[in-house]
Design a protein. Structure first.
Length: 567
């Protein structure tokens, strides 16, 4: 590769830059793994003793049982191309699978205090029952395998529109017990998002004002989507990022874009450990070596010095001050900050205070981070229900055992979106830790359920909301454990842009995280997918820069995450 014609000996012999990654969440681990697998020297520094950031495994004691769960429940979908690309390389296929969406929406109407929450099929008009037949998905699969010759695949707009319509219908049919009037409005909303995407400056409320939504279920569903997908209250949410969610996750012609991932392990085992080790723990040994990972090493200061020599990688080299150590780590030719924004801001402020003449990029980074909306919290209340086959919220048939729950059929073991007429919504997810070859579904043997409430500013208030939702939807756990992430995700507030990953590239500083833009033009909300896309962008930019310095030519073909195959 280095012996190409026209490459000077000095360039060919040039040492590859050594890189520091601060933060071992999914973004930092992915950055380090992609760079190390391409021959770069990488060191990863993590303040805590565990890796994975806000998407890590956690042992949770519920009653007498200890469950391998997570610090917060995450919903991963088929449209998450970067997540799927890394799962394919470093995940264990027995620990996850993608299936068509299949969930229930339960809505409590505004009424007197004596009202009891019931499944919508009992309180509203006849629900749609397409999910059981599965024909929209089957027909969509047929269209996804395009039989037309390569040169004529763009000629038949009818088939393309049919594929798009089926993708919407497949997702909507996965939501059990939605009455027809609400379904029609949801379909109109998806069409509106695709044909009339809003500008960045537009809020969700102003964007939807012309749509004339009349179904209270749809209005609450949109508010719930803003809370869970954008981690933002409805009245502050960015319309463009909501439209991106609708288009990528629910109205994409890609066959499996709307599929939901079911996991049979915690988030650390799902991907973080595989990224750190170079392969999934249970698969055949990979040639990739483990990352050079320094846990319990809190970086408390950054020092930048001007680079010397005409072969310098960037204008600065970097050293890291580590808590409890008198010596600095480094120097490094490149630094990747893969921290949540409040931690990155604190580090930038501390670094400025410790330097007599801090580099201008740290001052600009301080200003950039200070302008971001402050992260909101997410409460995940892990519930141990009496028995996975005996619990069914909203049923009137009681179980007489201890911690009286409700009889539940295996068919009802689906994720549920719990909507109240007022206040925050909640998702209820069943969890299992059995490999999929030993269980017919992700929730067959699960007694652990995650009740998730997003976009919260106060943990005490969030717990109060969870108590009220348990009461209103008749959730009676034997035991529960609250996990509150104070800085879960940057809210997708209207008129706010994410900073670009390469904003400080010339100074040798890159940014990675769910709050970072990958410059693709897709306005994703803060999510695991946006975190990994920023990681791919950083790794590709550093490789491209190094190749150009080594060869004198721009790298035109950069490695990128591939869209998953349909099927």
């Amino acid at each position: 590769m280095l012996a190409r014609r026209g490459m000077t000996h000095a360039r060919a012999m040039r040492k590859r830059p050594n890189i520091a990654v601060v933060g071992a969440g999914w973004a930092g681990l992915a950055c380090a793994r992609l760079l190390q697998d391409n021959g770069f020297q990488v060191k990863v520094f993590e303040a805590s003793r565990t890796i994975g950031g806000r998407a890590r495994g956690l042992q949770v004691k519920l009653g007498a049982e200890t469950y391998d769960l997570d610090n917060g429940q995450h919903l991963l979908i088929g449209a998450y191309r970067a997540v799927r690309a890394l799962l394919t390389r470093y995940g264990n296929p027995q620990s996850y699978r993608f299936d068509a969406p299949d969930f229930r929406i339960r809505f409590q109407r505004a009424s007197s205090s004596q009202s009891i929450s019931q499944p919508m099929s009992q309180t509203m008009s006849q629900p749609m029952q397409l999910a059981k037949s599965g024909w929209p998905r089957q027909l969509h699969r047929m269209l996804a395998t395009d039989p037309r010759p390569a040169g004529k695949q763009q000629s038949n707009q009818l088939l393309d529109r049919l594929a798009l319509g089926l993708s919407q219908l497949s997702w909507l049919s996965g939501a059990r017990s939605i009455p027809w009037p609400s379904l029609l409005e949801l379909a109109a909303l998806m069409r509106y998002a695709r044909l009339q995407p809003p500008p960045m400056s537009c809020s969700v409320t102003s964007w939807l004002s012309g749509l004339g939504l009349r179904q209270s279920l749809v209005q609450r569903w949109i508010a719930a989507l803003c809370e869970s997908a954008l981690n933002c209250p409805f009245d502050e949410a960015c319309a463009m990022r909501l439209a991106t969610v609708l288009n990528e996750a629910m109205a994409s012609p890609q066959f499996d874009a709307s599929d939901w991932m079911h996991q049979a392990c915690d988030l650390s085992e799902l991907l973080a450990n595989g990224l750190a080790q170079g392969s999934a723990a249970t698969t055949a040994k990979s040639e990739a070596s483990a990352l050079e990972l320094y846990t319990a090493n809190r970086v408390v200061g950054l020092t930048a010095s001007p680079s010397s020599g005409d072969q310098a990688f960037t204008t600065h080299t970097w050293k890291l001050a580590i808590a409890g150590s008198d010596e600095h780590a480094g120097p490094f030719d490149a630094l990747i900050l893969a921290l949540e924004p409040q931690s990155a801001l604190a580090l930038a402020i501390a670094s400025q205070g410790a330097a007599s003449d801090p580099p201008r990029c740290l001052l600009r980074l301080h200003k950039l981070l200070d302008d971001l909306p402050k992260p909101l919290g997410i409460l995940t209340r892990w519930l141990m229900l009496p028995d996975a086959t005996r619990h069914c919220a909203g049923s009137n048939k009681r179980h007489d055992g201890v911690g009286a729950g409700v009889f539940r059929t295996p068919e009802a073991l689906k994720p549920e979106l719990l909507l109240k007429a007022h206040g925050p919504s909640a998702w209820l997810f069943p969890r299992s830790n059995k490999p999929f070859q030993n269980a017919s579904s992700a929730s067959d043997s699960s007694q652990a359920f995650g009740l998730v409430i997003s976009a919260q500013r106060d943990p005490v208030q969030a717990r109060s909301y969870a108590d009220a939702i348990q009461e209103d939807f008749d959730l009676r756990p034997l035991s529960h454990k609250d996990v509150y992430e104070h800085r879960a995700a940057t809210p997708s507030v209207a008129q706010r842009m994410w900073p670009a990953f390469n904003h400080f590239e010339s100074e040798g500083l890159w940014l990675a995280g769910d709050w970072v833009a990958d410059n693709s033009g897709q306005m994703l909300p803060a999510s695991l997918e946006s975190a990994l896309r920023s990681a791919f962008a950083c790794a590709q930019a550093i490789e491209s820069r190094e190749w150009q310095m080594r060869t004198g030519k721009r790298l035109t073909e950069v490695p990128a995450y591939a869209a998953p195959s349909s099927g």
